[in-house]
Design a binder for this molecule. Structure first.
Ligand code: 9MR
Ligand code: ZN
Length: 529
């Protein structure tokens, strides 16, 4: 088998494929002309459980369509070499957030055949602090294949998108074909405002932010507008409040030039959250046991508080936030993590993207040092295996594709900090993995790649009666601790970690979709393109 990036390779970039089950390969163009042939050196690979080897075909630069054939005559997925190979993919990966919108009709004009009626417009009950009270809560993005709306998950997705925009504004010039397009505001800000405005409604007067709003249990596989269960707001948490402080402070800065009114509202929210954080210095989080939707449970809020401090310092110039960062740094939390639970990496990005002189030099040096160390580590791990994946077998956990993409984000930002080309090359290798250079021989983005996954655990996709999935969705990916019956049934006897995946809508632990699995891909594409 020869696994390739099924979407394609930029003409001038490094081009790698991975071969297994035999070492000889031939490369053909679309006319069937042989362009290249050779033999790879096979080495054992723990992640895929096979002997595999690297094929370097960087010398091939002519734009066009290609495919490989291995020594058994098996043909690889086709792929393109060209200039703008990722443009269409990028647009759909971005438009995923529009499709996740809750509380509004998705019109055919924007959603095509995936149009549907408005959903979840009912008020939410503040069940745990004020059970007689109902709050207007329409808006926001559905978190994932379920219809829950969660503040920590949403904040992290927003952070990936907004830091990408702050870093590479030019990558966000094109229209996303959403209802707000053409209003003079970059569409990425239009889309993010849809979530940010909803988050404002999750906040109490004292600044505390409810952790999530969902029904008591996951509903059946029905269209969102058919879900009539009453949403319930779970208790305020320090995790959600710190995330809110951070993302609202960042948004206040980014929206100022385009939308003063929103920027003001975001600033007010950030300051209120800050006040709550100061008044509540301890860890606060409970998921009432009768609420059976996603918990987004997290044991430690130090990283969330550090991210908040980094953004609040830029909003207020108040030295107490520098103190806070110093104190948290003593705790030796990860300062490179970019997922929903550990956000220390978002704090680092915030600090390291600020203008020189804003943060004390020693803090910058420390965070920068940690970041480069992590990038070096990732390159070493990737260089040691034929898929060039910066992973060990134990990394294939729930949402492993997010970790692959967060690693790519680390490498992209390390390239930004240092200019070192190797970081960018290995970031591209992580992207290759997502787009098909993996032992499943599968692209983990719907609609992109000859062998793209088709059956996400996503309620609208299952319920809409349309054969095709919505394009541009990222799958959670292989999870060798698979927790669902479907995966366990289909993978009886086990498999090597990189293949512990089934393209079945019932497999929620290997094949769901979420906003924060798409958002790191937006970041990586914005940077790499
Ligand atoms: O992405 C989350 C993953 O890291 C956890 O291991 C898993 C189990 O707690 O939960 C995942 O998040 C799910 C959330 O709880 C509810 N919406 C769907 C999310 C993706 O599966
Ligand atoms: Zn909804």
């Amino acid at each position: 088998m020869i696994a390739v990036n099924q979407v394609g390779y930029a003409a001038e970039s490094i081009k790698h494929a991975t071969i297994s089950g035999g070492k000889k390969y031939k490369l053909f163009n679309s006319k069937g002309e042989r362009i290249l042939e050779g033999e790879a050196k096979l080495v054992p690979d723990e992640n895929s459980g096979e002997k595999a080897g690297l094929i370097d075909f960087s010398e091939v630069k002519d734009p066009g369509k290609y495919y490989f054939v291995d020594e058994k005559g098996e043909r690889s997925a086709g792929f393109t070499i060209g200039k703008k190979v990722y443009s269409s993919l990028y647009k759909d990966v971005l438009r995923m957030f529009y499709f996740q919108r809750c509380g509004m009709k998705l019109e055919e004009k924007y959603a095509g055949k995936f149009a549907h009626k408005a959903c979840h417009c009912m008020k939410a009950r503040v069940l745990y602090s004020d059970p007689a009270r109902y709050v207007k809560l329409n808006g926001g993005w559905h978190d994932a294949g379920d219809y829950g709306r969660y503040v920590t998950a949403g904040s992290v997705a927003l952070a990936h998108l907004l830091y990408a925009y702050a870093l590479k504004p030019k990558a966000f010039k094109a229209s996303m074909n959403i209802p707000e397009s053409g209003n003079g505001i970059p569409d990425i800000l239009n889309e993010c405002a849809y979530e940010l405005d909803w988050m404002l409604k999750m906040q109490e007067k004292d600044g505390g932010v409810h952790h999530k709003a969902t029904s008591m249990s996951f509903v059946d596989f029905i269209m969102p507008e058919d879900d009539k269960e009453e949403p319930v707001m779970t208790p305020v948490s320090s995790l959600a409040t710190a995330d809110q402080a951070a993302i609202m402070a960042l948004a206040a800065r980014l929206y100022e030039k385009f939308d003063e009114k929103r920027a003001k509202a975001y600033k007010k929210s950030a300051l209120a959250a800050a006040k709550w954080l100061v008044a509540n210095p301890g860890f606060v989080f409970t998921n009432p046991s009768e609420v059976h939707t996603g918990t987004y449970e997290d044991m430690c809020d130090a990283d969330e508080r550090m991210w908040a401090a980094a953004e609040l310092y830029q909003l207020t110039n108040d030295d107490k936030w520098i103190w806070s960062i110093r104190q948290i740094l003593e705790l030796r939390i990860s300062t490179v993590a970019l997922g929903w639970a550990d956000v220390g990496g978002l704090a680092s990005m915030s600090v390291l993207m600020a203008k020189k002189g804003v943060f004390p030099v020693d803090i910058c040096d420390k965070l920068r040092g940690n970041w480069i160390d992590e990038a070096e580590r990732l390159c070493k791990v990737a260089a040691a295996n034929p898929y060039e994946l910066a992973f060990y077998p134990y990394n294939f956990c729930w949402g492993s594709n997010m970790q692959v993409l967060c690693n790519a984000m680390v490498l992209c930002f390390a390239n930004k900090l240092s200019g070192k080309q190797e970081y960018l090359d290995y970031a591209a290798a992580q992207l290759d993995y997502i787009l098909g250079r993996n032992a499943m021989d599968m692209s983990y983005v719907t609609g992109y790649g000859e062998k793209a996954f088709r059956n996400p655990h996503n309620r609208p996709t299952v319920a809409d009666g349309i054969d095709d999935p919505i394009p541009g969705y990222v799958s959670g990916g292989p999870n060798y601790r698979a927790g669902d019956t479907m995966a366990n049934e289909k993978i009886l006897g086990g498999r090597p970690p990189m293949r512990w995946y089934v393209d079945d809508w019932r497999s929620y632990s290997t094949n769901e979709i979420t906003i924060y699995w798409n958002s790191p891909l937006v970041y990586v594409l914005a940077y790499i393109m």
